[in-house]
Design a protein around this ligand. Sequence first.
Ligand SMILES: Cc1cc2nc3c(=O)[nH]c(=O)nc-3n(C[C@H](O)[C@H](O)[C@H](O)COP(=O)(O)OP(=O)(O)OC[C@H]3O[C@@H](n4cnc5c(N)ncnc54)[C@H](O)[C@@H]3O)c2cc1C
Length: 406
Amino acid sequence: MNLQSGTYYWPTTMPSPPSYQTLSEDVTCDVLVIGGGTSGAQCAYYLADRNLNVVVVEKGTIGHGSTATNTALIQYSGERMFTDLIHSFGEEYVGRHLDLCRQAINEIENAQTKCPSPFEFTRRNSLNFASYAEDVERLKQEAILLKKHGFPLDLFSEKDIAERYPFEKRAAIYSYDDGELNPFKFTHSLLEYAAKKGIQIFENTEVNGMDFQNNQVQVRTKTGNLIHAKKVIIAAGYEGTDIKKEKNSVFVSTYTVTTKPVQDFSTWFERSLIWETARPYVFIRTTADDRVIIGGLDETTFYPEVRDSKLINKRDRLVKEFNKLFPSIQVEPDYYSAAFYGGTHDGLPIIGEYPDYPNCFFLFGFGDNGTVYSMILAKLIADKLSAQPHPGFELYEQSRPVKALS
Ligand SMILES: Cc1cc2nc3c(=O)[nH]c(=O)nc-3n(C[C@H](O)[C@H](O)[C@H](O)COP(=O)(O)OP(=O)(O)OC[C@H]3O[C@@H](n4cnc5c(N)ncnc54)[C@H](O)[C@@H]3O)c2cc1C
């Protein structure tokens, strides 16, 4: 899959990242993780303390897939409102999903204290404003549901918003305890932790075939080596669907601008994460070195050349959208990219176990909160592999009925 094009800010924040050798001999392991992006690193992080012999392989270098374009807003609310998800799954199901999202964000925060290098995780509050008058009631219902499930938030009125921001919106949910991070540093830091615990990591090692035997998978690499694994986790991001098509997945094109550092954020209340109810939406955050990241303006196209042809126009429109909100903050684009972004028809991420891939788990942490979702799925898969299955696993099984929401 041609994942993305453009220029990427996150890798520049770590000019000399750790590097790992290429696999040059056959190996045997309990668990093989395919993919050295955030999801593979999250798997390695959780498997590191389980007394298992684990190998991670990455076809390129660590963190240069979707991880490099991830805007890394760390939130529990996503593009599907929970009030909508309830229509498909019921409230008990959605409540369990919400709890796992909350735990995953706490675990990301906790990882920063356990891992060797900080990854700029900071708690941030989120403003989700009503883009249109008809969205106000939906936001109110969403706020009631989230409060019922114990999420701290305020429903801001027009006056509340005007007192805090230089723009006018009719209403917004202001939720506490979300976050932001640097996904490139996050990925490297989790892998450094795993490597210190004995997990073997190989870069420039592409998997190009699998043979299924009774109690193991024999995995072939492009370098001509074999990996004999009892279990395999395919954490290959959106490219996981190149290995196994998943009918619940859906792809769009999306755009991101990272600006040069900004001098003054005094008009930006608490440097909150900001997004909206419009679809497609625009979202913004700041970075540890005072840049602004502006993302969104999704397009339904899945042709890379069509996606990329719109990049300059989208870059300029994203800046305009930002200045509609913050007219006094002058921003200059420094990095900008076009990328495919994967979601699911029914709004939840997927753990794929398929009869034609025995002993394999596909980690499809798809959705706008992909980092949080992958944290949940990585832990659930690690629990299952270390014989401590968690009841949450069933929420994300690929075999759940697909009910596409309109
Ligand atoms: C523009 C954009 C903005 C986003 N914003 C957010 C956000 O604000 N918050 C959020 O939570 N999520 C966000 N996401 C989602 C988030 O980026 C993804 O969930 C996450 O980066 C996916 O990480 P990954 O490790 O699954 O995929 P990747 O980073 O793509 O990693 C997969 C790795 O697998 C490797 N690989 C593939 N095939 C093979 C093979 N055969 N052999 C060996 N290695 C292989 C690839 O080289 C790659 O490095 C965003 C996504 C995009 C595109």
